[in-house]
Write a protein that binds this ligand. Structure first.
Ligand code: COA
Ligand code: MG
Length: 275
């Protein structure tokens, strides 16, 4: 499943919802949580379910972010999503502990957002909840939860490293957090590139202008694909000569590079590139 860009769309904004399928994101998150005012929650839920069927979302992943456990909307959101056939995945904000109940009740894949201290310390258990397909991290809510600054958590390498490790250990995707500055596309790209180098497969985005940079950053470069193909070829030749390590372009190449190369080729294929 391609998730290089995952675009949030406020669930009560019909104009943005209708525009969304034309914006080229790999995955969409129709939001019922923080971008929807309390007074509009019921209307947003109805709108999201209706437009999930009415609009043509192609083969893109369609997710709905529900309200957190403990809110009066949680059960209603899950019940509505469960009946909506086109919706693939439920995004759970402020996820904490075992979240298997969401998958059991909604009968959909589940994506968890770590954005509280309790969520972070229960990460290992959380990511192994039933139905989980991806995890992400919410810097603003997390900062609020622990009493820090958003800026300190937006680019927090230590925390992101742990998120990626938890995801990889459970065999699910790690998706990088939202970048709130809609004007600073250079900053967006830098943050996305760092995330990619840590092992994230994509980035959550909030504005059409962030979609194409995210798709671009998380697509393997032609030079990387060529390197991967050379590694695979070199290791093939090495195997015939009963060697496990060879020199390629002045660098050592062995089984670990073979694994990295194969993974990169797989990601290039997923992104529709010719390899
Ligand atoms: N999804 C779909 N369309 C969007 C969009 C989104 N997330 N964000 C903006 N657009 C559309 C606008 O409607 C506008 O369309 P138009 O040219 O047809 O009029 C166009 O893209 C340009 O938008 P712009 O005028 O630059 O921004 P805005 O002031 O309309 O909206 C935000 C700015 C931040 C309010 C808006 O991007 C947004 O609501 N983002 C998502 C917020 C969200 O879901 N938050 C929860 C997760 S953190
Ligand atoms: Mg949040």
């Amino acid at each position: 499943m391609l998730r290089r860009s995952q675009l949030y769309v406020p669930g009560n904004n019909q104009k943005m919802l209708r525009k969304a399928p034309t914006l080229g994101a790999d995955s969409y998150i129709l939001d019922l949580e923080d971008s929807v005012p309390e007074a509009n929650k019921d209307e947003a839920r109805r709108t999201v379910v209706r437009l999930s069927e009415e609009l043509d979302w192609g083969s893109h992943e369609l997710c709905v972010r529900i309200n957190p456990r403990g809110s009066i909307h949680f059960a209603r959101d899950i019940a509505a999503v469960r009946e909506a056939k086109r919706i693939d995945c439920v995004v759970v904000p402020k996820a904490e502990g075992d979240c298997s109940v969401v998958h059991e009740r909604a009968r959909k894949k589940v994506m968890l957002i770590i954005e509280t201290a309790a969520g972070f310390v229960s990460l290992r258990k959380m990511v192994r909840s039933r139905g989980v397909t991806a995890i992400s991290f919410g810097a603003a809510d997390y900062a609020a939860s622990v009493g820090g600054d958003v800026s300190a958590y937006q680019d927090n390498g230590a925390l992101k490293t742990i998120v990626v490790a938890a995801a990889a250990d459970a065999g699910v995707d790690a998706i990088d957090n939202v970048f709130f500055d809609l004007v600073d596309l250079k900053g967006f790209r830098t943050q996305a590139e760092t995330a990619r180098s840590l092992g994230f497969v994509g980035k959550q985005v909030v504005h059409p202008s962030q979609v194409s940079p995210a798709n671009d950053v998380f697509t393997p470069r032609r030079s990387e694909i060529e390197w991967a193909q050379e590694v695979v070829a070199a290791m093939g030749v090495a195997a015939v000569g009963r060697r496990g390590a060879v020199k390629l372009g002045g660098s050592l190449v062995d089984a670990v590079h073979f694994r990295l190369a194969n993974r990169l080729i797989e990601r290039a294929r997923e992104a529709g590139l010719s390899v």
